[in-house]
Design a protein around this ligand. Structure first.
Ligand SMILES: Nc1ncnc2c1ncn2[C@@H]1O[C@H](COP(=O)(O)OP(=O)(O)OP(=O)(O)O)[C@@H](O)[C@H]1O
Length: 466
């Protein structure tokens, strides 16, 4: 069950029954669930620091919220839309779970709340018990999640293709053979790599990720194998560990492996074969014990045909191949993924969405998802920001989905040249601003809100001189 959804549903039910607005806060005074009226009047991102003054008071009736000494520090001081609040802290065995509040926004409700205080206190205590039990269940779940990063089926889906991947992961759990994950962009290759690590024998060791598309060819060797002091100008004083050393006794995830420069491929092949590395500028060798997982969204077969990828390296990397199908080929997982994203994004968007309408789901089901799960996640985030209700409706979909006449491609075709030029211009500006070095590009990518690997791809695609 989704935590916030569960709490939200209980709160809505109690609110309808008792005819009072209800809000629930975490121990830091941040709103985690509330009735619609409460969100409307107080805003979605209410943070009520003054509640800290109420810990240990168990149940407090705030008669004139906004004008009490405890209101110091609250951003609603002297301007509080609530007329009265009955607040209870949620503490059990010394553990703080947060606060619960029954709120009245009208004078009529204020009178009812005050006149029937005892009755409401009883219900407040019952609601507290239910919410604490939900929060406790989640605590237990978190402990489990820490052992196995994410629960099966739930995160990756229940479709046939995903079940096959799960079975494969189970059967290789005790080994450390190299794995090559293939799949279109945004299908979840990085997430799968982490999952494999977390469920493997080397899960206690480090998981180190290296994006082969993001590292300039000249730095590759020193990044992979490290370097000794004085190995080259600008080398750090005591040298630097490379990715292989960092990943010792754990997993090294080589993302975008197809972008590994051909000149470096023999060196990688040698390390895989011997398990021995030598730092740049070093004279001694070191044995490392690293499980390799690689991923690519390009066709390595084509690269091998063009002699851009060595076949001997490919066979070493591809001992266990795994392919994640694109989202359009596993639509059975769509609903599960949507609900998962709704929960995942509720904190970032400050919205408590319960579900989505059938019409909304139908539109998602008939789309072909070229950007796969990454695109789906963006669409859900967009919808959650736009949606006024607690259910996602067609109205909150981005225009290219809600209005079939404005197809993505149609828009793009019409404006493509201008868009490309604008994009190129912005990237050049940022590179001028931060410089063309690797660290400059890292800053530029951060400023642009894209990953460094995306920046490198764009530099390449837009033929920007770097
Ligand atoms: N099964 C899943 N359940 C929930 N979220 C997922 C799942 N798979 C992927 N995601 C999310 O989708 C987004 C894209 O996933 P990820 O970065 O792993 O894709 P990728 O295939 O490695 O992409 P690229 O080829 O561009 O590197 C991430 O935000 C990730 O958390």
């Amino acid at each position: 069950m989704l935590l916030l959804n569960s709490i939200s549903k209980v709160i809505q039910a109690f609110s309808r029954l008792l005819r009072v607005d209800i809000a629930c806060f975490n121990p830091d005074g941040q709103l985690i669930a509330a009735t619609e009226e409460y969100i409307l009047r107080k805003g979605k991102k209410v943070h009520v620091p003054f509640f800290n003054n109420l810990y240990g008071h168990h149940i407090t009736l705030l008669h004139q919220p906004g004008k009490m000494p405890t209101c110091d520090g609250c951003h609603f001081i002297n301007n509080c839309p609530s007329k009265a609040e009955l607040v209870q802290d949620m503490i059990i065995n010394g553990k703080k779970y947060g606060y619960l509040s029954f709120v009245s926004f009208s004078q009529e409700n204020e009178r009812i709340l005050i006149e029937n205080k005892e009755y409401y206190i009883e219900w407040l205590s019952r609601l507290k018990e239910i919410i604490i039990s939900i929060l406790r269940d989640t605590d237990e779940l978190k402990v489990k999640e820490n052992r196995v990063l994410v629960s099966e089926n739930y995160i990756f889906g229940k479709s046939k293709s995903l079940s096959q991947i799960h079975n494969l992961i189970k059967s290789i759990r005790n080994g450390t053979s190299s794995i090559l994950i293939t799949g279109e962009t945004g299908t979840g290759k990085s997430l799968l790599a982490q999952y494999i690590h977390e469920t493997s024998l080397v899960s206690k060791g480090p998981f180190i990720e290296l994006n082969c598309a993001a590292i300039p060819e000249s730095l590759f060797e020193s990044e992979l194998f490290g370097y000794e002091e004085g190995a080259f100008t600008n080398a750090k004083r005591h040298g630097k560990q490379g990715y292989f050393e960092l990943a010792d006794n754990g997993t090294l995830f080589l993302d975008e492996i197809a972008d590994l420069p051909i000149s470096l491929q023999p060196k990688l092949l040698k390390v895989i074969q011997d398990g021995i590395i030598r730092r740049v500028g070093g004279t001694t060798s070191k044995k490392v014990n690293v499980r390799l997982i690689s991923a690519t969204n390009r066709s390595i077969d084509e690269l091998m045909n063009e002699k851009l990828f060595r076949s001997d390296l490919f066979y070493r990397l591809n001992v266990i191949p795994m392919t994640i199908p694109p989202l359009r080929e596993r639509m059975e997982d769509l609903e599960l993924l949507v609900m998962n994203f709704i929960e995942k994004l509720s904190e970032r968007t400050g919205k408590f969405i319960d579900s989505c309408t059938k019409e909304y789901m139908n539109i998602l089901s008939s789309y072909h998802w070229p950007g796969n799960l990454r695109e789906l996640e963006n669409v859900i985030e967009y919808s959650m920001n736009i949606e006024q209700k607690n259910v996602l409706t067609k109205n909150s979909l981005p225009p290219y989905l809600s209005n079939p006449l404005i197809g993505h491609h149609k828009l793009e075709q019409k404006h493509k040249p201008a868009l490309v030029e604008a994009e190129k211009e912005i990237i050049i500006q940022k590179l001028d601003q931060y410089g063309n070095s690797y660290s400059g590009k890292q800053l530029a990518a951060k400023d642009l809100g894209i990953s460094i690997r995306t920046l490198y791809r764009k530099i390449d695609k837009l033929q920007i001189r770097s």
